[in-house]
Design a protein around this ligand. Sequence first.
Ligand code: NAG
Ligand code: NAG
Ligand code: ZN
Length: 328
Amino acid sequence: MTVVLLLCIITSQLTVVLSSAGNFWTYKGSLGADHWHLDYPHCGGIRQSPIDLQTRDVVVDQTYLSPLVFSGYDRVSNLFFRLENNGHTVQVGLNDKTMMISGGGLGATFVAEQFHFHWGAVDERGSEHSVNGRHFPMEMHIVHFNKKYGNFSSSVGKVDGLAVLGFFFEIGRFNEHFQEIIDHFGEIQFKNQHININSIPMIDLMPARLTNYYRYHGSLTTPPCFESVTWTIFNETIEIAEEQLVEFRTTIFENDKSDGGVFMDISDDYRPVQCMFRRRLYASHPSLKYDMASPRENGNDGVSNQPTRLLFSMFLVCIWCILPFFSF
Ligand SMILES: *[C@@H]1O[C@H](CO)[C@@H](O)[C@H](O)[C@H]1NC(C)=O
Ligand SMILES: *[C@@H]1O[C@H](CO)[C@@H](O)[C@H](O)[C@H]1NC(C)=O
Ligand SMILES: [Zn+2]
């Protein structure tokens, strides 16, 4: 009896230690996304992120989803950016809390805390969100906390605590603004390395047109997966050159510098899309609502096998969404 009790206490303490270390999850293998909910119950919730943005089912609301108001995004901050490899991503900490967003149906003022990236090992994947099943090679998240809660840690667990802006990347022109960050990757190759770099006006890192976006309520896409995020995903993408993406893929490792042996790159640090359940997806402009089955303007994109692909992915989504009701 005592032994059992002791064992229970020890294992529960151990779990607390492991969980609070915050690093015992990965994107691959036995600690991968399918298992997060075991240690982090919120990850098994019904308002999780990312999701597939299905343009056919969008609810357009141009009045409510007015353009966001950005303040401080066009200025160079007096403080450095804190560039960090946290073992899961490249993250840039925004030290002075002077950049804020409001309007756009957010219902409050949110302060920018950090931004980070999710990217794939190849061009066909990497983004967390997708549009009608299509993924992009990279996605950037600018994470904001609700000003009324004072800081990030007080906001992260509140239902209206966070607002994240999501941007898709597409392969294209060389992007000189992101290069200022990439230039320092050599100094943050390994987990827990960080350096201060000159700040960049955030507006330079974002697309020009920010009026067209999707909106839904979801979660952090990493453990503890709190369902505290008002998501805004922009329609206009950011261009980046293939060679710049290759820097993300090949120079950033998930290992400590002291780890011997093989270093693993962080590529494919994205969570698979989650079920929509009873949520609605909103959009700020009528052009964002369209039927995915309608033929593309620029033809020659394997249109012939699209219906088959569509049916197959609908089948997969159904299975995937029903599954949680049967386990446990
Ligand atoms: C965040 O704010 C709370 C409440 O005001 C405070 O107790 C806490 O120490 C703050 N945390 C940080 C990291 O500043
Ligand atoms: C942006 O919207 C247009 C339609 O207005 C669509 O063709 C395009 O794929 C969208 N891009 C993204 C990233 O959703
Ligand atoms: Zn993210």
